[in-house]
Design a protein around this ligand. Structure first.
Ligand code: 13P
Length: 261
């Protein structure tokens, strides 16, 4: 079994003070969550506060985005090296809001991925189809295009540092979650693509997270799917108790242990 990863994407929420207060509460809850990797992605302005607040725990900090250049006249942008220096180990790349609200292209996402890897960060690469693409039966084509264009040409060690997140755009922030079956089918396709592009062993080790309206009420059913290795949580991750409840429901966690006694 792949070790579950439960990741929080805070989007444009939480000041530094709110970040500290989240960690005050979450750190005590996280002590019973050793069965999974816990990652939190605050806004750039709260990264340093989050790294500080997580010190001495196993909670890992991620950025939400980056720019591919090392430095230069790029007003408003933040480089991979700057993110790594703050103490982040991960960064999201190609989140659907970056793609669809800010117009990021597959090529830009590939450059960001390369820059993240070069700076020693582990990229969490997000892919997923829109509602109209799903309704037009284009989900497979879209996932294939997004996978092949952003994850092309990596070495096996580079590929082993990648996490993938399947986030169907129609399920993000809408309260409409993909059914466990539907999400597992998309994950299966992504794993197959990884197997073709790299190797069967790399694809078996690849952890694929599901994102899109994950909540404590639906997380256990999603995470019970063998193909679903974790969750990338937006809204529900802002509340330490709800985020901990999601992590708790991952296989191998306290809920499962209680069931087996
Ligand atoms: P919600 O959980 O709010 O739907 O957001 C999902 C998401 O975009 C995580 O990256």
């Amino acid at each position: 079994m792949r070790r579950p990863v439960i990741a929080a994407n805070w989007k444009m929420f939480k000041t530094q003070a709110e970040t500290r207060s989240f960690f005050n509460r979450f750190r005590s809850l996280a002590s019973s969550l050793r069965h999974c990797d816990l990652i939190i992605a605050p806004a750039f302005t709260a990264l340093a506060a989050a790294v500080e607040a997580a010190r001495g725990s196993e909670i890992l900090i991620s950025a939400q985005d980056l720019y591919w250049e090392k430095e230069g006249a790029w007003t408003g942008e933040v480089s991979a090296g700057m993110i790594a220096e703050v103490g982040c180990r991960f960064t999201l790349v190609g989140h659907s809001e970056r793609r669809h609200v800010f117009g990021e292209t597959d090529d830009q996402i590939h450059r960001k991925l390369r820059a993240a890897l070069a700076a020693g960060l582990a990229p969490i690469v997000c892919v997923g189809e829109t509602l109209s693409e799903r309704e037009a039966n284009q989900t497979e084509d879209v996932l294939r295009r997004q996978f092949n264009s952003s994850l092309t040409g990596l070495t096996a060690p580079e590929f082993s540092r990648i996490l993938l997140a399947y986030e169907p755009v129609w399920a993000i922030g809408t309260g409409r979650t993909a059914t466990p079956d539907l999400a597992a089918a998309a994950h299966g396709l992504l794993r197959e693509l990884a197997s073709h592009a790299y190797s069967s062993a790399s694809s078996q080790n690849l952890r694929i997270l599901y994102g899109g309206s994950v909540k404590p009420e639906n997380s256990a059913a999603l995470l019970a799917e063998e193909e679903i290795d974790g969750a990338l949580v937006g809204g529900a991750s802002l509340d330490p108790v709800a985020f901990a409840a999601i992590a708790k429901s991952a296989p191998g966690g306290p809920l499962e242990q209680n069931r087996s006694v």
